[in-house]
Design a protein around this ligand. Structure first.
Ligand SMILES: Cc1cc2nc3c(=O)[nH]c(=O)nc-3n(C[C@H](O)[C@H](O)[C@H](O)COP(=O)(O)OP(=O)(O)OC[C@H]3O[C@@H](n4cnc5c(N)ncnc54)[C@H](O)[C@@H]3O)c2cc1C
Length: 451
């Protein structure tokens, strides 16, 4: 791979005049990276463009890493999402291994997820139990069709209804109706990011063009696609026989410039994440767990003293239905009030650091306390003085216009996702992290027909 960035600006200009790449991929998240590797292995030359200076710095780094089997999509009116998620997640480790040579254990699987049902859940225990049966059936069928196994494991039962004794040893019996143990796992997004970056670096057919904003895409009468880019405050144009939009938060805006106007409604949400590394003494039975169904939260026990926590009502900190990821980044990073405060204290370094640390500490404490109402053991993370915490976050793009607390929200389904080709311009709604490797294979098959 050749890395190019704003600091090697002249190489960038030269290449624009002599572009040899077959495919321009816009966006170097898990979608763009898997597709670049898939195409490169098939012998295509690929340019991989991102505004960041390295691949895998967006939502694909700041997420929970759950390889969904579909348990959470209990309210999909089409009953299609769980099957699609199972297909994606079953194939995840096989495709990553093909692309990078990494074995499933290198993805660092977490402890398996429990699903707890709060008393305020949108669905009762029986309905959820029936959905879990349907999920198990779909996983078995999909695994039989594809011969893929979940992270290479042999699994007999994908879920179990917990006895009340076991349930109350983990969850608050006052605030929950019951729970299920499942075989669903998260992997470490940081480990996957590392593995993909290494593979991209070693692949001579991929040129990574970092520090480069994609401004527009135009479908030309010749069938080629022209991309308008900006690097170091200078704009330039480059033409490819085929272009794939993997921009996620920037997808809709660039599709518009390519003359593709999706009439449906879309919602962009910014969700914060908390990662905590605690000493061994704090590892007292904290499960990986998801509350179902409503605005609850997730905990991931990564099996090595590292925990991911996200209490949705606190962590969903911004949303827009205007389809432009830049709006939401502005809301989060330059929000009017916080911007003024940051500006006022920016000359006083020690005060700035103090304020940032107080704000983070309160945010982390609040998340732990809200979660503890359902998973009491998590308070042990509060008492651990030598813990290390990181607050991050990323954007989630999805069809819909209302949040998950609306029983009719389109967010309850995620089956209308994946690649769509408009001539030699392909645009991908990744939908979920766990779907990206499968969509990379499907998109590469599409491109083989286009080129
Ligand atoms: C907090 C959180 C938790 C999540 N949990 C899960 C989970 O457990 N399981 C799951 O399956 N999914 C989960 N998701 C969703 C998942 O993270 C995304 O579906 C997935 O990462 C999207 O991958 P991507 O490659 O399409 O996007 P990204 O990783 O965001 O990559 C897009 C890239 O495009 C670049 N870019 C955007 N616009 C431009 C532009 N105009 N010019 C140049 N570059 C640009 C960005 O810099 C970025 O690198 C979660 C998301 C969040 C935010």
């Amino acid at each position: 791979m050749i890395f190019r960035s704003a600091s090697t600006h002249h190489i960038f200009q030269l290449d624009n005049n002599n572009n040899q790449a077959d495919v321009g991929i816009l966006g170097a998240g898990i979608m763009g990276c898997c597709l670049a590797l898939e195409l490169a292995q098939r012998g295509y030359k690929v340019d991989l463009v991102d505004r960041a200076f390295a691949p895998m710095t967006g939502a694909s780094l700041h997420n929970e890493g759950k390889l969904h089997l579909g348990f959470v999509y209990a309210k999909d009116p089409l009953k299609a999402t769980h099957r699609l998620m199972a297909r994606g997640s079953l194939s995840f480790s096989r495709i990553i291994e093909n692309l990078t040579g990494s074995q499933p254990d290198a993805l660092r699987p977490s402890q398996p997820f429990h699903y707890y049902v709060p008393t305020s859940s949108q669905l009762d225990m029986d309905t959820i139990h029936q959905h879990f049966h349907d999920v198990e059936g779909a996983i078995r069928e999909e695994s039989q069709i594809s011969a893929d196994t979940y992270l290479g494991r042999k699994v007999d039962r994908y879920f179990e209804h917990n006895s009340f004794e076991y349930h109350k040893s983990i969850f608050s019996p006052e605030n929950t109706l019951g729970s299920f143990t499942t075989e669903e796992l998260s992997i470490s997004p940081a480990a996957v990011a590392n593995i993909l970056c290494q593979a991209i670096k070693q692949q001579p057919n991929i040129t990574f063009i970092g520090g480069t904003e994609v401004l527009a895409a135009h479908r030309l009468a010749s069938g080629n696609v022209e991309i308008k880019l900006c690097q170091d405050y200078e704009t330039s144009k480059t033409v490819y026989p085929c272009v794939v939009n993997c921009l996620w938060e920037g997808k809709l805006r660039i599709d518009e410039t390519a003359g593709i106007h999706d009439q449906g409604s879309w919602i962009l949400r910014y969700k914060a994440t908390i990662n905590i590394s605690a000493p061994r003494t704090a590892r007292n039975g904290i499960p990986s767990a998801t509350g179902i169904l409503g605005r609850y939260g997730d905990v991931v026990n990564h099996n090595n003293g590292a925990y991911y926590i996200s209490w949705y009502p606190l962590c969903k900190i911004a949303e827009t239905i205007h389809g432009d990821g830049r709006d939401i980044q502005d809301m989060v990073h330059k929000g009017a009030a916080s911007h003024q405060i940051k500006k006022a204290i920016s000359n006083y370094r020690s005060i700035s650091k103090f304020v940032a640390s107080i704000t983070h500490k309160k945010f982390i404490t609040d998340n732990i306390l809200e979660t503890a109402a359902y998973i009491p053991s998590i308070v042990s993370l509060l008492n651990s003085t030598s813990r290390h915490c990181e607050v991050g976050g990323g954007i989630i793009l999805a069809r819909g216009k209302t949040d998950i607390d609306d029983p009719e929200s389109h967010l309850h389904q995620r089956s209308e996702i994946g690649p769509v080709a408009y001539g030699s311009y392909v645009t991908i709604d990744t939908g979920k992290y766990c779907m990206a490797p499968l969509f990379a294979e499907e998109t590469a098959n599409m491109i083989a027909n286009i080129l």
